[in-house]
Design a protein around this ligand. Structure first.
Ligand SMILES: O=C(O)CCC(=O)C(=O)O
Ligand SMILES: [Mn+2]
Length: 214
């Protein structure tokens, strides 16, 4: 009896260790980016994808690049705990109140990352003609060195990091129902992007949970 208990305990410890040890830092230095892989079942990820696609009030994003007013093809939405006013690329965004589904996803991500988030930026890329250029999420309205949790649904897309000094590039494929956690000094030292790709014909939804300064 005793030896059986010990064996089960050993197995549990081993599997916890294996799960943790599989999540390695993608970045070689100056930041932490943990790719957890798929954190949702295929059915749950499909359910969230279709319901977000239908129920979120998606709007084209307006940004200022080199003084030019640009309406992006990508659509966005912004949710948060309170009526955060978020300044992003010289445009003002007002947070919508959380939906039940977003709260569910937020809780899963908070449990895995051991971090609380107070807001979420949602992006809808209709196909591979839409992407996001090199940037870091280091605006003053985001808590300094805070974690950003990125959850992806739909088409698998390449996501890249580029070191601000060395230009070293590291890429990862973000799968349907997956989680990428960017931590610590990542935004200070690395840029990230979602490259365009002609091969991608299906839509993708990305949620980035953030900690805004309150
Ligand atoms: O779509 C993605 O994976 C990245 C989105 C992103 O970097 C952002 O919203 O700041
Ligand atoms: Mn970003």
């Amino acid at each position: 009896m005793h030896s059986c208990d010990t064996r089960i305990k050993y197995k549990i410890i081993k599997s916890i260790f294996l799960i943790e040890s599989q999540i390695t830092n993608l970045l070689s230095e100056d930041g932490i980016a943990y790719y957890y892989g798929k954190i949702l079942t295929f059915d749950d990820a499909n359910g969230y994808f279709h319901s977000l696609l239908q129920n979120i009030p998606w709007k084209n994003d307006e940004v200022f690049v080199l003084g030019k007013h640009i309406v992006t093809k990508r659509k966005t939405a912004w949710y948060g705990d309170s009526n955060y006013v978020y300044i992003y690329s010289n445009t003002i965004k007002q947070a919508l109140p959380w939906t039940r589904e977003l709260v569910n996803i937020k809780q899963i991500v908070e449990n895995l990352s051991n971090t609380k988030f107070n807001s979420c930026l949602l992006n809808l890329y209709h196909d591979g003609n839409e992407g996001m250029g090199w940037h870091s999420d280091d605006e003053k309205s985001i808590e300094d060195n805070s974690s950003i949790a990125s959850v992806s649904f739909g088409a698998e897309r390449k996501f890249s990091f580029k070191h601000k000094q060395s230009n070293k590039t590291i890429s990862v494929l973000l799968e349907h129902g997956s989680l990428l956690l960017m931590k610590d000094a990542t935004q200070k030292n690395w840029l990230h992007s979602l490259p365009k790709s002609r091969k991608i014909t299906r839509p993708r939804i990305n949620l980035t949970f953030r900690r805004m300064v309150t």
